[in-house]
Write a protein that binds this ligand. Structure first.
Ligand code: AMP
Ligand code: GLY
Length: 428
């Protein structure tokens, strides 16, 4: 089987590894910069813009893959799935219209509203900055301010956390309108990812990501500094009932998309805030999370290419998808100064990797040396029978890297997990 993988980050390296680890799948890759891990696994790759439909189509025509998997959101928004499918290449990834679940925050909220889907925070959509500003002026309580379109995960501002009221008004003027304002949710965040074939929704283990740059959840928001999952695929601050509600929300969203004429096929990523009132949807993404893909795909026991086939044929079933009952901890190394002023082009040397899996991300390989670039550099995933074992494996590998990079030492530690549980208890 030949599979085209679009994207060149840690997530796509994890996709590539999962596709090739137990079968002879041939990988063809389109990536914006050369990911050393993907480059080594791929039969052929091109370096080019992942949103350039024409060049992806040209490459696909040369490789003639049986299927394509789209890693990042930008090519989905550019309509890559529509174009590839028209050319006869079935895709794991939604059409441009269905990807609006992620790419258009007003579409997402309105869809949830129209179909009466649970877990939608109170929200208002504004196209004019003045109207948004006057709403903020007169609103009692904190709001989340979200530009409608894609911002690479860096556009959301939370009143009471990043901004006060005057700052919020300033911010909507700076964005210039086209904004969703919604109630600020308080709780613990978790990620539920699922394989979706248009009708069936098959969940993956729950994961918790860490957005803040520094230990103790302080510092600026990032693309995600690391993440963990537990052997029972649950999280201790998400009850069985909350989990069932979250999964039902994902199923209801899939049904709603089908009814609305935009059937959803691909990875559906639900980012939830577990609140006093149960799980609420922070957002949907139309793809795997990065880093969360690395947690789940590293313990996927079923054959990933088989899952891809079932998704394409529309007969996906839970019995096709099995994950090992093990804990995972993923730690990203990022350049010093990341995310605001990352030091680029700095050499780094890997140390003792032990049993950790290594996923490359935004890193340049020159003459056998790795150099930092502007974004997250590479990640280690530890897998263990317990969280602490997985954490030890990831931490040992991460801390043995030499160079101007840093990582969060607290991700996956029992102390951090206890803190999450304490926070949840406080809310309930
Ligand atoms: P997003 O780009 O939508 O993933 O949002 C980035 C971060 O903003 C999320 O991970 C949350 O921590 C936070 N966030 C988004 N929406 C809300 C909300 N309604 N209430 C509180 N925090 C939010
Ligand atoms: N980890 C957050 C995301 O992939 O959007």
């Amino acid at each position: 089987m030949k599979i085209l993988v679009v994207g060149g980050g840690g997530r796509e390296h994890a996709i590539t590894r999962a596709l090739t680890c137990n079968s002879g799948v041939r990988i063809f890759s389109v990536m914006a910069k050369r990911n050393p891990g993907i480059a080594r696994a791929a039969e052929r790759f091109i370096i080019g813009k992942e949103t350039s439909i024409e060049s992806v189509l040209r490459f696909a025509a040369e490789c003639n893959p049986d299927a394509a998997i789209i890693g990042p959101e930008a090519p989905l928004e550019a309509g890559i799935v529509d174009a590839l499918e028209e050319a006869g290449i079935p895709c794991v990834g939604p059409s441009r219209a269905a990807a609006r679940l992620e790419t258009d925050k007003s579409f997402c909220r309105q869809m949830m509203d129209e179909h009466g889907i649970a877990g939608c925070p109170r929200y208002r959509v504004f196209y004019s900055a003045d109207d948004a500003a006057s709403f903020i002026e007169n609103h009692d309580g904190d709001l989340a301010i979200k530009p409608i379109g894609l911002t690479g995960g860096k556009g959301v501002r939370i009143m009471g956390e990043h901004l006060d009221r005057a700052g919020a008004i300033d911010y909507v003027h700076r964005i210039g309108g086209n904004v969703v304002l919604e109630e600020r949710l308080v709780g613990e965040e978790f990620t539920l990812q699922a394989f979706v074939d248009g009708r069936h929704v098959v969940p993956m283990p729950l994961v918790q990501d860490h957005k803040r740059a520094y230990d103790g959840d302080i510092g600026p928001n990032t693309g995600g500094m690391g993440s963990y999952s537990l052997p029972d695929h649950m999280l201790p601050f998400v009850s069985g009932e909350d989990y069932a509600k979250a999964l039902q929300i994902m199923k209801d969203a899939t049904d709603a998309m089908k009814i609305s004429g935009f059937p959803y096929r691909g990875i559906l990523y639900g980012q939830f805030m577990n609140t006093k009132q149960g799980p609420k949807v922070i957002e949907f993404n139309a793809r795997f999370g990065d880093p969360e893909a690395m947690n789940v795909l590293s313990i996927l026991e079923s054959d990933f290419p088989d899952i891809v086939c079932s998704m394409i044929e529309g007969n996906l079933s839970a019995s096709d998808v099995r994950f090992a009952d093990r804990a995972t901890v993923c730690k990203y190394l990022v350049p010093e100064g990341y995310p605001d002023a990352p030091v680029t082009n700095q050499p780094i040397a890997l140390g003792e990797q032990g049993d950790a899996l290594l996923y490359y991300a935004s890193v340049e390989e020159r003459d056998d040396t790795l150099y930092t670039m502007t974004s997250r550099t590479l990640a280690f995933v530890g897998i263990g029978d317990s969280l602490s074992e997985a954490e030890r494996i990831a931490e040992r590998a991460a801390s043995s890297v030499k160079g101007r990079v840093y990582h969060r030492r607290d991700i996956g530690t029992q102390a951090l997990l206890d803190e999450r549980c304490r926070h949840m208890q406080e809310i309930l």
